[in-house]
Design a protein around this ligand. Structure first.
Ligand SMILES: [Zn+2]
Length: 151
C-alpha cells in the first residue's frame, strides 16, 4: 500500500517499509497542499486536528496514538489487513526499491564479522544504503511479533 506519514512517525515509517510498503514521510508540518499532492496515499497521523479536512478532501486516513511505534504498527497492520511478513525489499531510510547485490562486490563496506555470516545483501539505488540479513534479522522477526500482539 501507499502511505503518507506525519513527520513524527519515523519509526513507524521504517517498519512499514520493512513490510514492503511505499511510505512517504512529511518533512514539516501538515499542510493542505501536501495532502492534496498525495491523495493516492493513506495518511497516518497522531493528530485529530486534520480529521475534518481529510474527510472533506476524501482522503483515506488513520489516527494512531503518539510515542508508541509498536501499537502504531499493530493498528496499521490490522486496520488495513496488511501481511505481517518482513518483505525487506525497500530501503528503511528513503523507501527506494532494493536490488540484490553480490556479497563480494560490497566486501569493503561490511564489518568482517558480519561478512562471514550475513546473507541476502541488497543495495538501495536511490541513497546507496546497504542491507543484509544476519543475526539481527531474527531479532527483527521477534520485534515484529511482539508489536503485532499489542492490539
Ligand atoms: Zn535508500
Amino acid at each position: 500500500m501507499k502511505f503518507l506519514l506525519e513527520s513524527n512517525l519515523a519509526k513507524l515509517a521504517k517498519w512499514l517499509r520493512f513490510l514492503g510498503h511505499d511510505v512517504k514521510v512529511l518533512e514539516g508540518e501538515i499542510n493542505k497542499e501536501e495532502l492534496a499532492q498525495n491523495q493516492d496515499r493513506v495518511f497516518i497521523t497522531t493528530s485529530k486536528r486534520w480529521e475534518d479536512t481529510l474527510k472533506r478532501v476524501d482522503m483515506r486516513y488513520l489516527i494512531v496514538p503518539r510515542h508508541d511505534w509498536e501499537l502504531q504498527l499493530c493498528m496499521v497492520v490490522k486496520h488495513f489487513n496488511l501481511s505481517p511478513e518482513l518483505a525487506l525489499n525497500r530501503c528503511a531510510y528513503c523507501g527506494g526499491e532494493l536490488l540484490p547485490v553480490k556479497k563480494e562486490e560490497v566486501k569493503d563496506r561490511v564489518p568482517p564479522k558480519a561478512y562471514d555470516t550475513a546473507y541476502d545483501f541488497t543495495l538501495c539505488p536511490r541513497c546507496g544504503a546497504l542491507f543484509w540479513k544476519g543475526t539481527h534479522y531474527e531479532g527483527m522477526v521477534r520485534m515484529l511479533e511482539k508489536a503485532l500482539n499489542r492490539c
